[in-house]
Design a protein around this ligand. Structure first.
Ligand SMILES: Cc1cc2nc3c(=O)[nH]c(=O)nc-3n(C[C@H](O)[C@H](O)[C@H](O)COP(=O)(O)OP(=O)(O)OC[C@H]3O[C@@H](n4cnc5c(N)ncnc54)[C@H](O)[C@@H]3O)c2cc1C
Length: 485
C-alpha cells in the first residue's frame, strides 16, 4: 500500500467491489476492508437479487410498485426508477463476470419469491448468492492493476485535506495515514449497535460516523429493518438468518402453540413485507404470552430442502435442528439500515468529493422499509453510478491530492468494554420493531453522555475505541430522530 491515491474506497462489499471496476487503468484506487475482504454483509446475503430480466409475466412498473408499497411510499421515486430500470443491466454484467445463478432443468434462470414481491423475480445462487457475487467480483478486482485491496485495514477517521481527504487507519497494529482525491464510503450497515443482528462484526456504522464528523448530511437513520426470522439463539449476538426465500418456498410461520397466525394481521400471510411480519410476531407474542416462534418447511421434503438451502440446512443442523423434520425456532432481529449518508442519484454527499454507496448510503430507494433482495441491486446500481461520477470528475481535470502528514499520538486511557454493551442494551430496549417512547426518552441522554465521554476524554486510540465512537454516534442520531419524529 502506498500513501497517495486518486480514489479511496472504504469497504469491500458488493458496493465497493463493483464500484472499483468502473475506473480506468490510469486511476489509482485503494480499497480497504476492516477485516478479511470477505467479511461483509454482502458475503452473507442468502436470498438473492431482485430484477426484472424477463418481461413475459413481469414488468418494471410492477417491480417499482412493489418497492414503493414495501417502502410505505416514503421512497425517492427517481431512485426507485433508476434501481429497477438500470438494475437488469448490472445483473447481466455480473453474470458476464462469472456470477452463476441457479437454473431450471430447461436451462432458464430459476426465479424465487420473497415477501412483498408480486412476481417471482429473485435470482439466486442456492442460498449463498452474496458469496457467489463477492467471489466473482473479487476475482475480477484481482486482475485490475490499478486497484490495491488491503485486508485488516481499519479506517478510524476521514478528514478533508490537501484538496482531497486524509484517512487515518490501523494497519498491522499501527496507525498510518493515506491520502486520496475522492473518497467513496461503502462501509455497510449498523447492526452491531444492537444486541442481536444478522450483520457481521464489521457493521458498526463507521462510514456514517466519518461522514457525519465532517459535516455530511445524514438522513433517516431510524429507518431500520428488523428481519422477522433469524434463528433464535439468545446466546449469540450474530443471529443466523433464515432467509425469506424459505417462506417464499412455502414455510409456515407458527406461534408458541404451533399454530399459523399471520391471517390475524395481514392478508398476504407469511409473505407480507418484513416490517409487517416482524410487528405481527411481536403482537402475537403479546396476545399469546409466548415469545416462541417457528418456521415449518418440513412438507417440502429433505432432497429439495438440502439442495435448495444447503447453507441454511447445514447451519440449522449445527444448531441441532433438521429443517426437513423439525420446526426452526425464529425471532426478529436487526437486519438492515434504509437510512444513512444522504446522497444524490450519483452517490454525491453534501461534502465535495465525498461519496457513499450501498447500505451506508441513503438514496431513498427503500423508503421506510426495504423490499427483500433490493439491496444487492442497490449496491450494484448506485455503486456504479458513484464510480462513474467520480471518474467523470477526474476526467474533467482533477489536480490530485497533496500529502499533508500529521503526527498522531494514540496514547490514552483504556476503553471500558461496558460502554458499547450499554449502548446495545439501550437500543434493543428503546428502538426494536415497535419503538418504546419512554425507553427512547430515557435512553437518549444516556447514549449522548457516552458519546460526550468518547469525544472529550482522552481514551487510547484503538480499533475498539473507534468502533465505540461509531456506535455512539449512530445510536444518538437514531434516538434523536425517533424522539423528534
Ligand atoms: C445475513 C444477511 C442476509 C442478506 N440477504 C440479502 C439478500 O438475499 N438479498 C439482498 O439484496 N440483500 C441481502 N442482505 C443485505 C445486503 O447483503 C447488504 O445490504 C449489502 O450486501 C451491503 O453491501 P455493502 O457493500 O454496502 O456493505 P458490506 O457488504 O457490509 O461491506 C462493508 C465493507 O466495509 C468495510 N468496512 C466497514 N468499516 C470499515 C472501516 N472502518 N475501515 C475499513 N473498512 C471498513 C467492511 O470490512 C466491509 O468490507 C443481507 C444481509 C445480511 C446481513
Amino acid at each position: 500500500m502506498e500513501t497517495r491515491y486518486d480514489v479511496l474506497i472504504v469497504g469491500s462489499g458488493v458496493a465497493g467491489l463493483y464500484a472499483s471496476l468502473f475506473f480506468g487503468g490510469d486511476t489509482r484506487v485503494l480499497m480497504l476492508a476492516k477485516r478479511a475482504r470477505t467479511v461483509s454483509s454482502s458475503s452473507l446475503a442468502q436470498g438473492g437479487i431482485a430484477a426484472v430480466l424477463d418481461h413475459e409475466d413481469d414488468s418494471f412498473d410492477m417491480h417499482i410498485a412493489d418497492t414503493l408499497i414495501a417502502g410505505g411510499y416514503k421512497n425517492n421515486v427517481a431512485a426507485v426508477e433508476a434501481l429497477v430500470r438500470e438494475g437488469p443491466e448490472d445483473v447481466r454484467k455480473i453474470m458476464e463476470l462469472g456470477v452463476e445463478f441457479d437454473r431450471n432443468p430447461d436451462g432458464s434462470l430459476n426465479r424465487t419469491l420473497e415477501g412483498g414481491h408480486s412476481r417471482r423475480r429473485i435470482y439466486h445462487h442456492r442460498d449463498q448468492t452474496g458469496k457467489e457475487i463477492v467471489d466473482k467480483l473479487l476475482a475480477e478486482v484481482s486482475k485490475r492493476k490499478n486497484i490495491c485491496l488491503e485486508d485488516n485495514a481499519q479506517i478510524i477517521s476521514v478528514v478533508p485535506s490537501g484538496g482531497g481527504f486524509r484517512a487515518d487507519l490501523f494497519v498491522n497494529g499501527a496507525v498510518a495515514s493515506v491520502f486520496a482525491g475522492f473518497c467513496l464510503m461503502a462501509t455497510g450497515g449498523i447492526g452491531r449497535v444492537y444486541m442481536y443482528t444478522t450483520n457481521p462484526p464489521t457493521a458498526t456504522g463507521d462510514g456514517i460516523r466519518f461522514a457525519y464528523e465532517i459535516g455530511a448530511k445524514i438522513k433517516n437513520l431510524h429507518f431500520i429493518q428488523f428481519h422477522p426470522t433469524a434463528f433464535d439463539s439468545p446466546d449469540n449476538p450474530e443471529r443466523f438468518l433464515i432467509s425469506e426465500a424459505v417462506r417464499g418456498e412455502g414455510a409456515y410461520l407458527l406461534n408458541g402453540y404451533k399454530e399459523r397466525f399471520m391471517h390475524r394481521y395481514d392478508d398476504r400471510l407469511e409473505l407480507a413485507p418484513r416490517d409487517v411480519v416482524s410487528r405481527s410476531i411481536l403482537l402475537e407474542s403479546r396476545r399469546t404470552g409466548s415469545n416462541r416462534f417457528y418456521l415449518d418447511i418440513t412438507r417440502r421434503g429433505r432432497d429439495y430442502l438440502f439442495n435448495r438451502f444447503p447453507a441454511i440446512s447445514a447451519a440449522c443442523l449445527e444448531r441441532g435442528v433438521d429443517i426437513a423434520a423439525d420446526l426452526i425456532p425464529v425471532y426478529p432481529c436487526q437486519h438492515y439500515l434504509m437510512g444513512g449518508v444522504d446522497v444524490d442519484l450519483n452517490g454525491r454527499t453534501t461534502v465535495p468529493r465525498l461519496y457513499a454507496a450501498g447500505e451506508c448510503a441513503h438514496t431513498g430507494v427503500h423508503g421506510g422499509n426495504r423490499l427483500a433482495s433490493n439491496s444487492l441491486l442497490e449496491a450494484l446500481v448506485f455503486g456504479r453510478r458513484a464510480a462513474l461520477d467520480i471518474a467523470g470528475c477526474i476526467r474533467a481535470g482533477y489536480a490530485g491530492v497533496e500529502e499533508i502528514p500529521v503526527s498522531i499520538d494514540p496514547s490514552g486511557a483504556p476503553l471500558s468494554p461496558g460502554l458499547t454493551q450499554t449502548i446495545r442494551e439501550i437500543m434493543q430496549r428503546a428502538y426494536f420493531v415497535m419503538p418504546d417512547e419512554a425507553a427512547i426518552r430515557q435512553g437518549r441522554p444516556r447514549v449522548e453522555s457516552i458519546l460526550s465521554r468518547l469525544e472529550n476524554e482522552r481514551f487510547a486510540l484503538t480499533p475498539e475505541f473507534s468502533e465505540a465512537k461509531s456506535l455512539a454516534v449512530v445510536a444518538a442520531i437514531i434516538l434523536r430522530e425517533a424522539e423528534e419524529k
